[in-house]
Design a protein around this ligand. Structure first.
Ligand code: GSH
Length: 258
C-alpha cells in the first residue's frame, strides 16, 4: 500500500521534472542563468538545479577559448572561473549573481529550502563537508589531474604528492560513509559538491573499487534521475577541446594577474 502511494508520487514528480513549478510560472519568474562548462565544478550546480526542479538556462562559457575573461563574465565571476549563476528573482525580487560553487549551492539551498537543512546541527554537518570539498578534495584532485595529465613533463614528486593526498581524502570519505548513508547524514549539497571529483577519480589516479563505501555512495547518487539529467547536458564545443592544442594551453595554464 505504502509502496503504491510512493510510486504514484514518483510518477507525478517525473511528469513535472524539468518544468517550471506552477508557483514560479504564476509569478512569471525568469529562469536562473547557469554559466557552465561540463567539469566537476560545473556539475555541482546543474545537479542542484535539477534536484530542486528550478527552471534554468545553460550559458556555456568556453574556458578553452578564454570566454571566462570577457568583461560580461568577469562582472558575474571576478575569479574567471565557472560555475556562476544569475538569478533574475533574487532577494527583494531583484537579480543577483553568485560565483564560487560552494556559495551557489548554499544560495540555492536557502532559496529553495532543499538539501541544506535549517536545523543548526544538521546545517553544521553539511557545511563541514561542503567546505572540506571546496578547500580540499577539489583543489587536490585538480592538482593531481594537472600533474598526471596536463603538465608538459612528468614530475614524479608532484604526481605522488597530489595523488597520495586525493587517496587520503577518498579514505576520509570512505570511513565517513561506512557509518553514514551520505556525507552529512542526509543527501545534501555536500554530496553534490563531491560527486564530480569521484566521478573523475581515475584521472586523479584513484581506484574506486578500493573504497567500498565510497563506491556504494557514488553509485546511489549517480542513479538519481536528477543527477542523470545533469550529466546528460551536452556542450558540443567541450567534447572538441584538445588539451594538447597550444592555444588552449596558453589560455588555461600559466595564468597570472591581469
Ligand atoms: N573555487 C572555484 C573553482 C572553480 C574552477 O576551478 N573552475 C574551473 C573549471 S572546473 C574554471 O572555470 N577554469 C577556468 C580557468 O582556469 O580559467 C569554485 O568552486 O567554483
Amino acid at each position: 500500500m505504502k509502496r503504491a502511494r510512493k510510486s504514484a508520487k514518483a510518477k507525478r514528480a517525473a511528469a513535472t521534472r524539468g518544468k517550471p513549478s506552477l508557483r514560479i510560472v504564476a509569478r512569471g519568474e525568469k529562469p536562473i542563468e547557469l554559466y557552465y562548462w561540463p567539469t566537476p565544478n560545473g556539475w555541482k550546480i546543474s545537479i542542484m538545479l535539477e534536484e530542486c526542479g528550478l527552471p534554468y538556462v545553460v550559458k556555456p562559457v568556453d574556458i578553452s577559448k578564454g570566454e571566462q575573461f570577457t568583461p560580461h563574465f568577469l562582472a558575474i565571476s571576478p575569479n574567471n572561473r565557472i560555475p556562476a549563476i544569475v538569478d533574475p528573482s533574487g532577494p527583494g525580487g531583484r537579480p543577483i549573481s553568485v560565483f564560487e560553487s560552494g556559495a551557489i549551492l548554499q544560495y540555492l539551498g536557502r532559496k529553495t529550502g532543499k538539501f541544506y537543512p535549517q536545523e543548526e546541527r544538521a546545517r553544521v554537518a553539511v557545511e563541514e563537508w561542503l567546505y572540506w570539498q571546496v578547500g580540499g578534495l577539489g583543489p587536490m584532485a585538480g592538482q593531481a589531474m594537472h600533474f598526471r595529465r596536463y603538465a608538459p613533463e612528468q614530475i614524479i614528486y608532484a604526481i605522488a604528492r597530489y595523488t597520495d593526498e586525493v587517496n587520503r581524502l577518498y579514505g576520509i570519505m570512505n570511513k565517513r560513509l561506512a557509518s553514514h548513508e551520505f556525507l552529512a547524514g542526509r543527501y545534501s549539497i555536500a554530496d553534490m559538491a563531491c560527486l564530480g571529483w569521484v566521478r573523475l577519480g581515475e584521472r586523479a589516479g584513484q581506484d574506486l573499487s578500493q573504497f567500498r563505501h565510497l563506491k556504494r555512495w557514488f553509485e546511489t547518487i549517480r542513479a538519481r534521475p536528477a543527477v542523470k539529467r545533469a550529466f546528460a547536458i551536452r556542450v558540443e564545443a567541450a567534447s572538441a577541446v584538445n588539451i594538447r592544442d597550444a592555444r588552449v594551453r596558453a589560455v588555461l595554464f600559466g595564468q597570472r594577474a591581469r
